[in-house]
Design a protein around this ligand. Structure first.
Ligand code: UGY
Ligand code: MN
Length: 246
């Protein structure tokens, strides 16, 4: 359905909304029986790359020169490090430090969010180690003093990590308490429900399956609408001086 050229997708100077009707699939080097919907990357000015990998059963991801974070949206994959496999089911995730040889092979038809970013080392600290976990094993905390907005930090609160990935769950009718404007950029995948996202000077209806990139200082606000909670997976650069890497 061409919808007469209409779409909710929008590309602006400091933000991007991508809706599934505009997704284009590609194959990245090393992928087998797997394709990537590249959501954002350096071509747009982002300092990270995020894509959804869609696997056939026994499909495989290629390798990356960067550190990598994977989150299983649907299905299941085997992560192999040093010949040892770990089974990752829905909501499982892994942090793979830069240079760690690994394989990600789907055990069934799967969708996996993939975030890759060149590591910004600190002289004072060694880089982080491999993490394999599941969102269900992480406890949540309210954002500010609002219990209707719960956050789970999937990576430890340690300076060694130069990015954070969180899930945020909004009960219907709840919202961010302020319009945020901050140095960090975001990559966001709507996992459940929907609502209204303010990005820059526009307000967008958003729903499960959408992707959003917010550039540094992009004004942002979200309110959950509907009968089910809204949930998203959100990346941000973190723990580094704003001038680092210049
Ligand atoms: O972590 C964050 O900056 C988060 N509160 N931003 C957002 O949800 N748009
Ligand atoms: Mn934010």
């Amino acid at each position: 359905m061409h919808n007469l050229g209409g779409t909710r997708s929008s590309q602006q100077a400091n933000h991007l909304l991508l809706t599934p009707d505009t997704f284009v699939r590609t194959t990245l080097p090393g992928m087998k029986a797997c394709s990537a919907i590249v959501h954002v990357g350096p071509a747009l000015g982002a300092k990270f790359t995020e894509y959804t990998a869609e696997f056939e059963a026994r499909g495989e991801l290629g390798c990356t020169p960067s550190q990598r974070f994977i989150f299983v949206i649907e299905g299941g994959v085997a992560l192999e490090v040093d010949g040892k496999p770990s089974e990752l089911s829905a909501r499982s995730y892994a942090y793979l430090p830069e240079g760690l040889k690994h394989r990600v092979v789907a055990t069934k038809v799967s969708r996996v969010a993939v975030i890759e970013k060149p590591y910004q080392a600190l002289d004072s600290l060694p880089p982080p180690d491999l993490i394999v976990s599941n969102e269900d094993a992480v406890s949540s905390h309210p954002l500010g003093d609002d219990p209707s907005l719960q956050v789970k930090c999937l990576l430890p609160d340690e300076m060694g990590f130069d990015f954070a990935v969180n899930t945020m769950v909004y009960q219907p009718g709840s919202s961010l308490s302020m319009v945020e404007m901050h140095v960090m950029e975001h990559g966001l995948i709507m996992l459940e429900g929907g609502g209204i996202y303010r990005l820059g000077d526009s307000w967008y209806p958003v729903t499960v399956g959408d992707f959003i990139w917010m550039g540094p200082w992009c004004p942002q606000w979200f309110g959950a609408i509907g009968k089910v909670p809204a949930k998203y997976l959100i990346y941000k650069n973190w723990n580094r001086h704003p001038s680092a890497g210049l």
